[in-house]
Design a protein around this ligand. Structure first.
Ligand SMILES: Cc1cc2nc3c(=O)[nH]c(=O)nc-3n(C[C@H](O)[C@H](O)[C@H](O)COP(=O)(O)O)c2cc1C
Length: 189
């Protein structure tokens, strides 16, 4: 699959099969993040892979899911089987753009191997810093939850001006995107 096709196919996955992931794939994801572009090449990011089942279970209560779906979160039996935490070493710098690039590199590398993922910014950072024994001068910037997908969300063009993703009557997630002709400007606004 071309990179472009992979990018179009990627959707945030929030329901996962309970099959474990290959550690080598998880490392490959971090390696893809490691070599991404970095402002001034400062490279302030580090990563924690959480794949040990008990630790994975202990992470979940400190994550928040699908804000537009009231009272919804992945149930036992459909939760992530691994996480990659992206940490920022604040003694080196603060680089939110680097974090986004790293997260997408992780996501696309996983997807190429058939593994689904979801970026989670809504985190109880204090609880996670304690659980993961993160030194004080590191910020937990973002988590990427991972596992083989147990759902197939669909992307669609935004209708009725609503960007809110929703579940249809079959429980399938629909993700509206703003149309290209609304967001693309050539040469001047
Ligand atoms: C920086 C960032 C933070 C996010 N945080 C969360 C989150 O805390 N919980 C969640 O369920 N999804 C989270 N998402 C996923 C978005 O909800 C998702 O990307 C958006 O709905 C579009 O869907 P798509 O990824 O399938 O295109 C986050 C995405 C990004 C880029």
């Amino acid at each position: 699959m071309s990179t472009y096709e992979l990018i179009l196919r990627r959707r945030t996955i929030r329901k996962f099969k309970q099959e474990p992931l290959d550690n080598q794939l998880l490392e490959r994801c971090v390696n893809a993040a490691r070599v991404g572009p970095s402002g001034a090449n400062l490279q302030p990011l580090e990563y924690i892979i959480v794949a040990e089942p008990l630790q994975v279970e202990q992470v979940f209560p400190h994550t928040a899911w699908a804000g537009y779906l009231p009272d919804w979160e992945p149930q036992p039996g459909e939760r992530p089987v691994a996480y990659i935490f992206i940490l920022t070493n604040t003694e080196i710098g603060n680089a939110p753009t680097d974090v986004g690039i790293a997260a997408e590199n992780i996501t696309l590398t996983a997807l190429e191997a058939g593994v689904g993922s979801g970026m989670i910014g809504s985190l109880d950072r204090k609880a996670l810093a304690a659980l993961l024994e993160v030194p004080e001068y590191y910020k937990i910037s973002l988590a990427v939850a991972l596992g083989y997908p147990a759902e197939e969300p669909v992307m669609e063009e935004m209708k009725d001006d609503s960007i809110k993703y929703y579940l249809d009557e079959d429980g399938r997630l629909h993700v509206p995107k703003r149309p290209l002709d609304q967001i693309l400007h050539w040469n001047r606004y």
